[in-house]
Design a protein around this ligand. Sequence first.
Ligand code: NAD
Length: 497
Amino acid sequence: MGQEQMTTNQISVERSTSRFSLELPRLTHFINGQYTDSSSGGSFTVVDPARGEPITHIPLGGQQEVDQAVQAARTAAPAWGARTPSNRAEVLLKIADILEANAENLQQLEGLNCGKPPAVAEDDINGVVDTFRFFAGAGRTGNTIPAGDYVEDTMSYILREPVCVIGMITPWNYPLLMAAWKIAPALMMGNTVVLKPSEVTPLTTLRLVELTESLLPPGVLNVVLGDGAGVGSAISHHPNIDMVALTGSVRAGKSVSEGAAHNVTRVHLELGGKAPVLVCNDANLDQVTDAVFEAGFWNSGQECGAACRIIAHESLLDKLVTKITAAVQQYVLAEPEVEHETSLGPLIYGEHFRRVATAIDDAVDRGAEVLLGGRYDDSSGFWVEPTILKVPNGDPITHSEVFGPVVSIETFSDLAEGVALANDTEYGLTGSVFTEDVSTAINVSKQLEFGSVNVNTHLALPTEMPWSGFKNSGYGRDLSAYALDDYSRTKHIAIQH
Ligand code: NAD
């Protein structure tokens, strides 16, 4: 479907008189401590999603750049892995400090490249800084089996070692935050890194390289620019990469798993989500409204844990619809340079905009009632109104990830039916339940098949707690001390004495 067909020109967007005026980072690969040109001539246009105009072009690397980066990472690994945890922690803390000192620049770069409103960009960069600080501390401690004689006259102990060279592939929705979630625990555990940012949003990762180049020895952090089919696939198939960590779609996760299987490479996958918001008949509707207002539309719904699927007790439907539509209509579509308390940014690029617009139209064709929004406009940027749809139970939009500012509402009469609806999805990343009853909270939390379950809130996501999915949302823990396990290997030493 062409762009023109999607343009409705009926929705209003708060425009800024000027775009962020920023010096862009160096637009090259970074391999073995050197800014490195591409061996091939391919390039990719990075687009400003708020206006649909090109920002710049990046080179697309390929097998040759990945080979060079893997070689550099392998060469750097023994010395980096041999440093003490306290020494590596010092480096991570310095990285946190320099990122914090450049927070405004990073926020604006993320705003320019992703269209993020200031509050979202600020939250991202705060999260990045906190991630480096957390892992600097957490990596100096850990749980292990106590050393001792588990076989007579033989003492056993565990060494926790780096996995070695980690290939990382990151998405466009939280470009620097998802990179930090991977880089910080990996470096802390003594691994070295070959990272491919999303070709759509490489700018903050490249700025990270510039800010940290003097803090990290050559080869410890390498960045290769490219797309999934080229560099992504070269990383997942590479025989000298010891682990591949991906945050992205289920489609990319399956492809990376297949590639890694050729070399029995360890895989760490954080994939999509479809988070239910189960509203029991005793729920506090103000809490539900606050949660959906915030978590349903954060980052324009381009959030794997978005509160995008309300499943409400039928007795509450009318009241809930009134409250939620009143709250959500306070959002204002606005360019990232506009300071607004309740601004919502654009979608990331044209193809994704068309997917979201089609998902809305198809749901309406199947009988969804538009309670709010529903319109879209790509005449200048990729804008979709905050949209709330009342849909028939189990409508396809309730199962599949829309990844836009679209929340669906279904109803149930019996709680078991509500839980069954919530679990009826291929995804298992996060979900929430709203109830005033402690027993219901505990029992339903146990029944929900999601890696994170929130009660009376949605998307509580502290750095200290693991973020990881069940089912097709993947496996592998980001954040928390569990990530340190995922980015290390255990070796049992047994000594007969
Ligand atoms: P995507 O899968 O299109 O791309 C993610 C990354 O994978 C990009 O760098 C891309 O170039 C690369 N890639 C694509 N195909 C590949 C392949 N065949 N081999 C190797 N690499 C490949 O995802 P996206 O559109 O950038 O991000 C949105 C998706 O990410 C959503 O599904 C979202 O739910 C998911 N996500 C999950 C989490 C989480 O923590 N679970 C967090 C953020 C985003």
